[in-house]
Design a protein around this ligand. Structure first.
Ligand code: GCO
Length: 437
C-alpha cells in the first residue's frame, strides 16, 4: 500500500488560460482567440490576449512552483504556436518557447509534463470544420509527431487530450465554449474524431521508448434526484455521457450505447476498424473531478431526456462557479477507475476550487485538506494513485467565465501582472515540507 507521504504533488496549467502573447512570435490564432472576440460569449467580456502573461513570466511561475515544493509542472502546448495554420510550416519561435519552458523546469529540478491539447484548436483548422471534419485526426497526428520529435528527449510524461467531454460538449454541443458550435450532428462527429485522435496520438508518442503516456478525463459524480425508475435511468444516461463516453471506447468496451441512446448518432461516423484502432492501453489515467450533479428525468430535453437539479435548489454549498463543493468524488472515481484495472497508474491531474475575489482563502485550505483525506481513503483501498496536480498555480482565464473565478493558489494583479502567494500556497508549502520522506 502506498502511503500518503509517497504521493507526488504538482500543478497543472493550460496554454490558452495563461500564456497570453496571443499573436506574438508567429503564433496563429486559436479558436479561443476568435471566440473571445464575439459578443456575450465571455461573462466579464474579457479575453486571453495577455492572460497571466506566462509567455514572458514562465520563469517566475516555475520558481514559485519550486519554492512551494511542487515536483511536477504540467503545461499544455498551443497547437497554433507550433503550427500557425494547424498544418504545414513549423513556427521555430514557438518551438523555442516550449524548449525554454522545459529546460528551465529541468534546471530547477521540477518535472515538465506536456498536455498536447487543452482546447485551443488553430482557427485555420476550425475553418475546415475542426473536430467535426475527420481530417483532423491526420492533422493532429502530424502535430503530435512534431511535439514528439522536439520534446520527447526531455519530457517523459505526456497527456494526450484534456477532458474530451468538456471540450466537445462545451464547444460542439452546447456552444458555450469555443468554437461555439451546437447540435447533435456536430457533437457526434466531433466525439468520434477526438477519440480517434487520442488513440493516434498515443501511438505516435509510444514509438519513443520509455515515454509514459496517459490522458486526462473529466469525471463528475452523478446521482439521481429520486429513486424513481425515470430519474435513475436519466442519471445513468448522464453518467454514461460524462463519465464513460470518452473512456470506455479506449478500453475496448465500445460506446456505452445501452445506457446512452444518442450513441446511435455517433455510429454514423464509425468506419470499419475504428473501434479497434481506438483501443488504447494508456500508461495512466488522469482523473479530474470537481463536483457532483443531481439529475432528474426531463422528457422535453432533446437526446438526453434529463436535466440537472441546480445546486442552489438543493441547499448545498457552492463555489463561485455555481458548482456544488464536493470532494467525495475523489475516492469514488479513484476506486471506479481501479475497478477497470487494478494495476493501472492513476493520477489526479487536476483538482481545485474557485473562490470569488474577496472570499476567505480558508475555504480552499479546507478543500485541499478534505482532498488529502479522500486520497488516504483511496490508498487504504490499495488504489494505485501516484500523485496529485493542482488546478492551478496563478489565477487565470477561466474560459467563458473570464477572470471572475479564482482557482489559483497564487493571485495575479492584472495591471502589474505581479504574483502573490495566497494563504493556501503557504499552507501547502508547510504541508509539503513536512511530508518529505
Ligand atoms: C477543466 C479544464 C481547466 C479548467 C478547470 C476549472 O478541467 O475544465 O481542464 O482548464 O479551467 O477545470 O474549470
Amino acid at each position: 500500500m502506498r502511503k500518503i507521504e509517497e504521493l507526488t504533488w504538482g500543478v497543472t496549467l493550460a496554454a490558452a488560460q495563461t500564456e497570453g502573447a496571443y499573436n506574438k512570435d508567429g503564433k496563429g490564432l486559436s479558436i479561443w482567440d476568435t471566440f473571445t472576440e464575439k459578443k456575450y460569449k465571455i461573462k466579464d467580456r474579457s479575453n486571453a490576449k495577455i492572460a497571466t502573461d506566462f509567455y514572458h513570466r514562465y520563469k517566475e511561475d516555475i520558481d514559485i512552483a519550486v519554492a512551494i515544493g511542487l515536483r511536477i509542472f504540467r503545461f499544455s502546448i498551443a497547437w497554433s504556436r507550433i503550427l500557425p495554420d494547424g498544418v504545414g510550416e513549423i513556427n521555430a519561435k514557438g518551438v523555442d518557447f516550449y524548449n525554454k519552458v522545459i529546460d528551465y523546469c529541468l534546471e530547477k529540478g521540477i518535472e515538465p509534463w506536456i498536455t498536447t491539447y487543452h482546447w485551443d484548436l488553430p482557427q485555420k483548422l476550425q475553418d475546415k470544420g475542426g473536430w467535426v471534419n475527420r481530417d483532423i485526426v491526420e492533422a493532429y497526428k502530424k502535430y503530435v509527431t512534431i511535439l514528439r520529435d522536439h520534446f520527447s528527449d526531455r519530457v517523459k510524461n505526456w497527456i494526450i487530450i484534456n477532458e474530451g467531454i468538456v471540450c466537445i460538449g462545451g464547444g460542439y454541443f452546447l456552444g458555450v465554449h469555443a468554437p461555439g458550435k451546437r447540435g447533435i450532428r456536430n457533437f457526434s462527429a466531433a466525439t468520434h474524431h477526438l477519440l480517434l485522435a487520442q488513440a493516434t496520438g498515443f501511438k505516435v508518442l509510444k514509438q519513443v521508448d520509455n515515454l509514459c503516456v496517459g490522458t486526462a478525463v473529466s469525471c463528475t459524480k452523478i446521482e439521481p434526484f429520486s429513486k424513481s425508475k425515470k430519474d435513475v435511468r436519466a442519471a445513468k444516461r448522464i453518467d454514461a455521457l460524462m463519465n464513460r463516453l470518452f473512456i470506455e471506447p479506449h478500453l475496448g468496451m465500445g460506446y456505452p450505447e445501452s445506457d446512452l441512446p444518442l450513441v446511435k448518432r455517433i455510429q454514423k461516423y464509425v468506419k470499419d476498424g475504428d473501434m479497434d484502432q481506438m483501443k488504447t492501453d494508456f500508461d495512466f489515467w488522469g482523473i479530474q473531478t470537481y463536483t457532483r450533479e443531481v439529475i432528474r428525468a426531463a422528457w422535453y430535453i432533446p437526446y438526453l431526456g434529463a436535466m440537472q437539479v441546480k445546486p442552489k435548489n438543493r441547499n448545498v454549498a457552492t463555489s463561485i462557479m455555481g458548482w456544488e463543493t464536493y470532494t467525495k468524488g475523489i475516492s469514488y472515481f479513484l476506486k471506479r477507475f481501479a475497478n477497470y484495472d487494478r494495476n493501472k497508474s492513476l493520477w489526479l491531474t487536476e483538482c481545485g476550487m474557485a473562490l470569488a475575489k474577496n472570499e476567505d482563502e480558508e475555504k480552499r485550505i479546507e478543500y485541499y485538506t478534505e482532498i488529502i483525506d479522500e486520497m488516504k481513503l483511496a490508498l487504504n483501498d490499495n488504489v494505485n494513485l501516484k500523485g496529485i496536480l493542482l488546478w492551478t498555480l496563478v489565477d487565470n482565464f477561466e474560459w467563458a467565465e473570464g477572470y471572475v473565478p479564482k482557482f489559483g493558489i497564487v493571485s495575479l494583479n492584472h495591471k502589474t501582472l505581479e504574483r502573490k502567494l495566497k494563504k493556501t500556497a503557504i499552507w501547502l508549502t508547510t504541508y509539503l515540507s513536512n511530508v518529505k520522506l
